[in-house]
Design a protein around this ligand. Sequence first.
Ligand code: B12
Length: 214
Amino acid sequence: MADLIALQEAIIKGKRNDVPGLVQAALDEGMSPQTIINEHMILAMKEVGQRFEQKKIFVPEMMIAARAMQAGLEVIKPLIGQGGAGGGLGTVVMGTVFGDLHDIGKNLVILMLESSGFKVVNLGENVPAAKFVEAAREHQAKLVGLSSLLTTGDPYVKATVAALKESDLSGKVKVMCGGAALTPRFVLEECQADGYAPDAVAAVRLAKDLLGFA
Ligand code: B12
C-alpha cells in the first residue's frame, strides 16, 4: 500500500528526494493525481504553515518543504496536463500580486486551467498592477487571475483589480482572485472583483462560470 502518511511527512520535513517516489507509488496504486494533491500534498503544506505560525519551524524549513512539494508536483504535472483542449476556452493571465513570492498554489491553478482547455499566460510572482493590465491587453485575455498569500498583499490585490476595472479593458476582462490570504468578502465586496475561489478545482469552475462556459 502506498504510504500517504510518509508522503505528507516527507513534504513537511522537506525530504525532496523521497517525495517523487512516494507520489509515484500512490499513482501506481491507481490513486488519482487530484486526490494525491488535494487530500494529501496540500494538507502537508497546511501543516507546514501551522508549524511556522507556532514558531516550531522557520523560513528555511518552510522553503525546503516547498521544494519537496514542487518535486512531487513535477511527477504529477504531465498526468494532469493530459486532456487539455488546446486553449480553446480563451486566454487567462495569471500572476501572484506585488510583494508576494508564493507560487505553488498559482501554478496548481494554472495546471488545472490548462488541462481544462484554457490558454494561460503566467506572469510569475511579485507582479505590479500595471503588468497585469499590459499583459491582459497584449494577450486579449478574457480573464485575469490574482494569487495572494500574504495579508500585506491586500492593498495590491485591491489596486490591481481597480487598475483593471478602470482601464480600457473594463467590461472586456473579468478578474478572479484566490490564495490563503483572501476571503470572499474582501475579494468581492472590498475589491469588487468578479469571483473568488478557494482551490484549484473551484478556480476552474469559476473561470468557466465567469466566461459563460458552465
Ligand atoms: C511554502 C510557503 C512559503 C515558501 C513559498 C515557496 C513558493 N515557491 O511558493 C517561502 C518559504 C518562500 C515562504 C516565504 C514567506 N512566507 Co510563506 N508560506 C508557505 C506555506 C507554508 C504554504 C503555501 C503553499 O504553497 N500552499 C499550498 C498551495 C497549494 O496552497 P495555496 O497557495 O493556498 O493555493 C491554493 C488556493 O489558495 C487557491 N489559489 C491560489 N492562488 C489562486 C489564484 C486564483 C485566481 C484562484 C481562483 C485560486 C487560487 O488554489 C490553490 C490550489 O488549491 C504558507 C502556509 C499556508 N497555509 O498557506 C505560508 C504563508 C503563506 N507564509 C507566510 C509568511 C509570513 C511568509 C514570509 C513573510 C515569512 C518571512 N518572515 O519571511 C515570507 C514571504 C515571502 C514573500 N515576499 O512572498 C504566512 C502568511 C501570513 C499572512 N497572514 O500574511 C503563511 C500563511 C504561514 C503562516 N501560517 O504564518 N512561504
